[in-house]
Write a protein of this length. Structure first.
Lengths: 380, 533
């Protein structure tokens, strides 16, 4: 094996972060576009323009989500098991919302009927906005701790309900994720549409950036003063076999900010998120969509790593049995599996990035109403 | 202990969503290669009709593909949402092929499928062909990794139970990948998909030939489908037989149940063609048997025994008892009371630990199980023979029916007489459901025949669930049924609409509905016209 177990566990924490950031940057782009669709497109032709900006990309983008999920299954099976089953109805809500995307994109323009098309437009809105919102809500709940524990055969038991997930702090983090993805979609649309739609996208980007900055700042303050964090008091060695029970964990106010004072360099994560949002706002106003899009990609990376760094090494703290909390040291796969998956990721991620770039390069253009009219039977 | 009704509901939900997903996947697997063949001919000859074929069948492919993607999302979620203990217990092994599927295959397929649909104007001929090819390659690689994962559920090689982490862990990735069950399953399953794609194209082309419209288009499509279908149906049958051989090696109980072979018979074992299996009496009424055949399928020999259900049950009872020894040792070691002897006992019997877990259905205290409970657990190792017996026969019968259609169709096509035999064209048209009957029953045989195990001889299905309630499951199943019904109605509506319309759907002005009407027909007129004749 290339790396010892402890190092590999840390690499996988980074890799999951990278995959989640990849998901937010890639799929966030078309989810943002979908969430804005009925508002920025005032008639059928405009809506088709908006849909076709992501037409050749949304399906590949969505695989970032699938792969992030698959990687969590393979690298952190305990997290996959406990979180997906614990957040049962929240996950089903995401799933049912996501159902509307493939069929929405593909079937919407196959029939001429305005009611049919309008229904799918709202379906695409739901399919894009609901997952973005719920992911934020899920992170909000992770930060507060989740009521679950293990029994003697290591079976996870979740003891909370569904509506408890919709608490004020979690809804606030939901606003954070929704606004960050709307911002991303809005900067993308500025790049790929003509002035009428691009102007509306510019306004939307400005609004989303302001909402994001406010919500992100508020969540940070709340985290510092209103939410108890978790801290490990005694643990097995980091390189030991992963057993998520039997460590000693305390709940303490302000513990989620400990990492920032211990390693000030980690402040880069929240600063990137704030700075990216401010720059996306300014570049949008200045009519520099390329830079605006790049800045909003930074927002995605900064926000995801802010959540990760705040909780490090925790992934899913248990509010009822803090000693059963899942961390990136003790919820992982075996050394061999992490190694195999690391090799697979090192080989395939660059290949994926290469052909995805080719896809964007070949399909890159400003989508116009004229183009849609000319290719009315070919385009989405 | 978990509520048995809740376990049943969890199984129903998984079965419904998996069977539904498996309506769309095989067509994707087959159609992508058919599109590659058609487009290759187009690139080589430059004939417009082949480009039209790719575009038209590509349209139908797209309608199907959207639902394949949609319902595939469910499968990824469901291991975590509904089979949490499964995910926890075997995620170390099972998660890896799923994640690699995403990295190697699903990205490929999904990135290029968008360019396939929308890239006609922006790519050169060759580039577009490469895009189509990579889409096909992606879908097929995807099937490979999924079946590596599934093959491991049937035959869990390359993994070992870890006492400290209380779960299965990977010991050899190569063994996992080269699992003979997985390899055979992969070829069998993708070939079945190719047959589905071929029947689909052949059946719809036969419809145009019966209606005597767009003949050039339909004949060429038919020819591609017949050639590809004939090769694929042979591959399915040969590899299906190979699956039987593998089952005879590693899943003896599944094979015995499919064959309703209650007693170990003197070699050479006979194959029961039909009969009425009786689970309680453990015998098959009115059995019609063919001598030698089972021995040949399962052992490739006529002088070897194929063990029967009753004997296998006895073996399993012994394995439950030795599993209890391992379980007792495990409890001692995990409780910090373990001695050297406990470790030795555990290592000796840990391969039977899964059998001891079967007792958890009857008692939480596995080590104190009564003889009666052990006997009941041993009986649980026999899958329900009746449904397996019949679904297997339905699968094989559909397979041979299609073999007949493709052989006769291919010969008639080669002799240019297929259009004279309207019965044959009707056979293809009304035979379109055949591959789906074979595929869905085949799925049932493979997965229902695996019961009572989620992971063969390692993890019982009833333990593998999440910690949810019956109410949770009733709500989620209702949601799935409602959502999937609506999606199915929409999909079928669009599929029938565009299949009836035929290549006129391309609006090129070259095909039936646009020429026949004389003037300038609209899209809305065409399906009505199609329904009239």
């Amino acid at each position: 094996m290339i790396f010892d177990y402890e190092t590999l566990k840390f690499i996988w924490w980074l890799l999951v972060g990278v995959l989640l950031a990849g998901f937010a940057i890639m799929d966030g782009m078309d989810m943002g576009v979908g969430a804005l669709l009925p508002f920025l497109g005032k008639n059928d032709a405009e809506r088709r323009v908006i849909i076709n900006t992501v037409g050749p990309h949304w399906d590949g983008n969505q695989v970032w989500f699938i792969t992030a999920g698959g990687a969590i299954f393979a690298a952190w099976p305990a997290v996959y098991a406990a979180s997906f089953s614990g957040f049962y109805f929240a996950m089903l809500l995401v799933l049912f919302a996501l159902f509307l995307r493939p069929v929405g994109f593909d079937y919407r323009s196959k029939l001429d009927d305005p009611r049919w098309r309008n229904t799918w437009d709202w379906g695409l809105l739901v399919g894009s906005a609901v997952p973005a919102l719920v992911f934020g809500v899920a992170f909000g709940n992770l930060l507060q701790g989740v009521p679950f524990h293990y029994d003697d055969i290591m079976r996870p038991w979740y003891t909370g309900g569904f509506f408890g997930l919709l608490n004020p702090f979690a809804l606030l983090t939901g606003v954070v994720s929704l606004s960050m993805i709307v911002l991303h979609g809005a900067t993308f649309l500025q790049l790929r549409t003509e002035p009428v739609i691009a102007d509306r996208a510019r306004q939307a980007a400005g609004l989303a950036a302001l909402v994001f900055i406010a919500a992100f700042a508020l969540a940070g303050i709340w985290l510092a003063f209103g939410i108890d964090g978790y801290e490990i008091v005694s643990d097995r060695p980091h390189g030991a076999l992963p057993v998520p029970v039997g460590k000693e964990v305390v709940v303490a106010a302000g513990a989620w900010l400990e990492n920032y004072s211990r390693h000030p360099v980690t402040l880069l994560a929240p600063l990137t998120a704030f700075g990216g949002a401010a720059l996306a706002l300014l570049f949008s106003r200045a009519g520099r969509p390329g830079w605006a899009f790049f800045s909003s990609a930074l927002v995605q990376i900064g926000t995801i790593f802010t959540a990760g760094v705040s909780m490090f090494p925790f992934i899913m703290p248990s509010s009822t049995h803090p000693g059963h909390s899942l961390t990136m040291w003790d919820a992982t796969s075996s050394h061999l599996t992490l190694n195999v998956m690391f090799i697979a990721a090192v080989i395939f991620v660059p290949i994926i990035i290469a052909y995805t770039s080719w896809n964007f390069w070949k399909m890159w253009r400003v989508v116009t109403v004229k183009e849609i009219e000319e290719q009315t039977h070919l385009a989405y | 202990m978990l509520d048995p009704d809740f376990v049943e509901l969890s199984r129903w939900q998984f079965a419904l969503t998996a069977l539904y997903h498996f309506i769309f996947v095989p067509l994707t697997l087959g159609l992508t290669w058919i599109l590659v063949i058609m487009e290759s001919v187009y690139v080589m000859t430059g004939k417009q009709v082949y480009k039209d074929m790719v575009k038209f069948w590509g349209k139908l492919f797209g309608i199907n593909f959207a639902l394949g993607v949609t319902t595939g999302l469910t499968m990824e979620f469901e291991f975590g949402t509904n089979w949490a203990y499964y995910s926890h217990y075997v995620g170390d092994v099972f998660g890896a092929p799923l994640a690699i599927e995403g990295l190697m295959a699903f990205f490929l397929e999904s990135t290029f499928v968008g360019m396939f649909f929308l890239g006609w104007e922006r790519l050169s001929r060759r580039q577009h062909l490469i895009v189509t090819f990579l889409t096909a390659l992606g879908t097929n690689l995807s099937a490979l990794w999924i079946l590596v994962a599934n093959g491991w559920m049937q035959n869990p090689v390359g993994a070992e139970f870890n006492l400290e982490t209380m779960r299965m862990e990977m010991t050899s990735f190569a063994e996992l990948f080269f699992n003979p069950v997985a390899q055979v399953k992969f070829i069998h399953t993708v070939s079945a998909g190719y047959v589905a794609g071929s029947m689909f194209v052949a059946g719809i082309s036969a419809y145009y030939l019966l209606k005597r419209r767009d003949l050039g288009f339909a004949r060429r499509s038919m020819a591609v489908a017949l050639g590809f279908g004939l090769a694929s149906v042979c591959s399915v049958i040969v590899l299906g037989d190979e699956s039987g051989y593998e089952a005879g090696e590693v899943q003896k109980m599944k094979l015995a149940s499919i064959e309703a072979e209650w007693n170990t018979e003197e070699p050479p074992a006979a194959f029961t063609l039909v009969g009425i299996p009786d689970r309680d009496a453990m015998e098959t009424h009115g059995a019609v048997k063919i001598p030698y055949v089972l021995g040949l399928i399962a052992k490739r020999a006529i002088d070897e025994e194929v063990p029967g259900i009753k004997d296998l049950m006895k073996e399993n009872e012994a394995r439950i008892r030795s599993g209890m020894v391992a379980y007792r040792a495990m409890t001692a070691i995990r409780g910090g009371r373990g001695t050297e002897q406990d470790r030795a006992l555990f290592d000796m019997y840990k391969k039977d630990l899964g059998y001891a877990l079967l007792l958890k259905r009857y008692t939480d205290k596995v080590v104190d199980a009564s003889d009666e409970q052990i006997r009941m657990a041993a009986k649980d190792t026999v899958p329900d023979v009746g449904p397996l017996f019949w679904t297997f026969r339905a699968m094989v019968a559909s397979g041979f029916a299609m073999l007949f259609l493709f052989v006769v169709g291919f010969v008639m096509m080669a002799r240019r007489r297929i259009e004279k035999h309207r019965w044959l064209l009707r056979g293809f048209l009304y035979g379109i459901p055949l591959p789906w009957i074979a595929i869905e029953t085949g799925w049932f045989v493979a997965e229902y025949g695996r019961q009572p195990w989620a992971i063969g001889e390692v993890l019982p299905t009833f333990l593998a669930t999440s910690s949810l309630t019956k109410t949770d499951l009733i709500i989620s199943i209702s949601g799935f049924v409602a959502f999937y019904t609506v999606l199915a109605i929409i999909e079928f509506y669009l599929m029938f609409k565009f299949a009836r319309l035929g290549p006129s759907a391309l609006h090129s002005g070259r095909y039936h509905f646009e020429k026949a009407a004389g003037g300038a027909p609209t899209l809305a007129d065409a399906p009505a016209a199609a329904r009239k004749d």
